[in-house]
Write a protein that binds this ligand. Structure first.
Ligand SMILES: *[C@@H]1O[C@H](CO)[C@@H](O)[C@H](O)[C@H]1NC(C)=O
Ligand SMILES: *[C@@H]1O[C@H](CO)[C@@H](O)[C@H](O)[C@H]1NC(C)=O
Ligand SMILES: *[C@@H]1O[C@H](CO)[C@@H](O)[C@H](O)[C@H]1NC(C)=O
Ligand SMILES: *[C@@H]1O[C@H](CO)[C@@H](O)[C@H](O)[C@H]1NC(C)=O
Ligand SMILES: *[C@@H]1O[C@H](CO)[C@@H](O)[C@H](O)[C@H]1NC(C)=O
Length: 501
């Protein structure tokens, strides 16, 4: 009883705060490399990237053989952030002091230009973060944003740039390092899907991930401005194998985020407010087929984290939707029942983490299709969002660094607001711990669902919502072929090129 009251109190506090503020990371470094000036990224992503040398509390203890470059002829639509770069002619590193252990996001921006005898598009280098080889023999002629998810249990995060070969050099235009929320990568609950069926995959957070695809299924492109974690999400149409199998659905109602389910930091409202569902119009008599997406990931046999986002915005009432999920044609979930997985709240965001190896074609194939449960009225299947992250295996990829220069970047000060967030965060954690002690309601599902809320939900939350009039038919006829030629770096660079415009 008492536990419940405390829980409710902290939840109320939490939801109040999440309404009025966005996420504030404990560690938060945004560096405008090679520049003395601070700048915002894009007109809508107004986060300030600090000057390397002086302001923003960034202090470099030493500098080695590195040069700062400024593009003399920047293209007018290139962000100011990309008009400078730091160039490393020997192995050199940035070091960021870390205040909070746990999962961090690292983003590296590369935008090659030509100046003072340096053609950045000819640079070739490797990048290691805390000893993990993340980029090897990297070179690019187009703008690339690389994003990594890495757990840090250390007082520092070191990013080492190591030129490949004697005459080569490395460079970077901008760096983001920030802490993710505590529950961003959960160690329990991931399903390893493969030829051996489904196995539990533990210790997820101890792996390093590289973001390959981030897709707002059935929706439009979302830019950092639309996302509390400053991510970019792109539409799914280009990945659909048969475009006409899918029909877009959207709602104008904001999703019912529940504690223990997905949060806005897991994915923003806009991801859950759109989906693709079965387009039963193409075969009303026999509407049992799959919607399939092919996501090119580069090479075959590589392990990936596939995070699928779901939110039932298509059903007029609860218990109307049962579907199957397949990854690379292996069954990943059968008779998936969003109503019970979200504790009987419609439009309630949740996600599932799957681990799967890419197939021989270097593709991760995601399918959803109707389950055999239920009559003709219950035939449907949905998907709201997809994230695909390559797992980078630390064993073997660790390698020492020699002849390097270390720059220490000392932490920026925490404002009063961040302290408030921290207090609330601690309250949330203690509230979580209390919840863990409660007995789970559906034991057989416990390992698989991110929703760990227990107890009754307020009556108003279960009111049926008629969302059916908000659905829209995909007018594009579709040609039935997939565009699987898109390369990873291109996908991300496209994001960057169009960003905020
Ligand atoms: C940054 O400032 C220092 C000292 O004021 C100056 O020597 C250097 O050229 C400046 N660098 C750039 C890229 O403007
Ligand atoms: C972070 O983890 C390391 C290693 O487990 C530990 O020594 C250190 O005290 C932790 N730091 C914090 C702030 O919890
Ligand atoms: C899980 O990760 C920890 C480091 O976070 C590591 O020490 C441990 O060996 C890992 N366990 C397994 C089974 O991989
Ligand atoms: C995303 O943000 C942009 C501003 O950059 C805004 O114009 C757009 O409407 C937002 N999209 C959604 C779906 O909210
Ligand atoms: C959906 O795809 C899976 C995996 O390829 C397949 O086993 C299943 O038969 C398909 N379902 C339908 C209704 O086509």
């Amino acid at each position: 009883m008492e536990t419940k009251t405390i829980l409710l109190l902290s939840l109320t506090l939490l939801s109040h705060v999440s309404l009025s503020t966005s996420f504030t990371p404990t560690d938060n470094y945004l560096v405008n490399c090679g520049s003395n000036a601070t700048t915002s990224f894009t007109p809508t992503d107004t986060r300030i990237f600090g000057a390397e040398s002086t302001s923003q509390g960034l202090i470099f203890l030493s500098k080695g053989k590195s040069i700062s470059l400024k593009n003399q002829n920047p293209s007018p639509d290139s962000p100011t952030l990309y008009n400078t770069a730091r160039v490393f002619t020997t192995a050199s590193s940035y070091k960021f002091s870390i205040k909070r252990n746990g999962t961090h996001l690292v983003r590296l921006h590369f935008s090659p230009f030509k100046v003072q005898g340096f053609d950045l598009s000819t640079a070739k280098f490797s990048v290691l973060v805390n000893g993990n080889l993340l980029l090897s023999d990297f070179s690019t002629k187009v703008v690339v944003l690389k994003e990594y998810v890495i757990r840090v249990d250390d007082s520092a995060l070191e990013i080492l740039f190591r030129p490949v070969g004697e005459s080569s050099f490395g460079y970077v235009n901008a760096i983001e390092v920030f802490s993710a929320p505590e529950d961003f990568i959960l160690d329990e609950g991931a399903k390893l899907v493969g030829a051996n069926g489904i196995e539990v995959f533990k210790n997820l957070s101890s792996h390093v991930f590289e973001t390959i695809h981030r897709i707002n299924v059935g929706g439009s492109k979302l830019v950092p401005f639309n996302d509390t974690m400053w991510r970019t999400w792109i539409p799914d149409e280009d990945f659909l194998v048969f475009k006409s199998a899918a029909k877009r659905a959207f709602t104008t109602r904001v999703p019912n985020y529940q504690s223990g389910g997905a949060s806005k930091e897991i994915a923003p409202e806009n991801v859950y407010m759109t989906a693709q569902q079965l387009n039963k119009d193409i075969n009303p008599i026999q509407p049992r087929f799959n919607i399939t997406w092919n996501f090119p990931v580069g090479s075959g046999g590589v392990r990936h984290l596939v995070r699928l986002h779901f939110c039932d915005i298509v059903s007029p009432s609860l218990n109307m939707l049962y579907f199957n999920v397949y990854l690379n044609e292996y069954s990943a979930d059968s008779d998936f029942d969003l109503s019970s997985l979200t504790f009987h709240v419609l439009s309630s965001p949740m996600y599932v983490d799957y681990i799967v190896d890419s197939n021989d074609l270097g593709v991760v194939r995601v399918s959803v299709g109707p389950s055999a449960i239920g009559g003709p009225l219950k035939i449907n299947a949905i998907l709201n969002g997809v994230e695909i992250m390559k797992m980078i295996n630390p064993p073997g990829s660790r390698s020492g660094s020699k002849n390097r220069t270390v720059w220490i970047v000392v932490g920026s000060s925490i404002g009063g607001f961040a302290v408030l967030c921290l207090i609330i965060f601690v309250a949330a954690i203690s509230c979580k711990c209390k919840k863990k002690k409660l007995k789970p309601g559906r034991v057989e599902n416990e390992a698989w669902t991110p929703l760990r809320v227990n107890g009754e939900l307020p009556a108003h939350a279960i009111a049926p919502q008629d969302l059916s009039d908000n659905t829209e038919t995909e007018t594009d006829g579709g040609d039935g072929s997939s565009s699987s030629e898109i390369r990873n770096s291109q996908v991300f660079s496209q994001l960057m090129n169009n960003d905020g415009r």
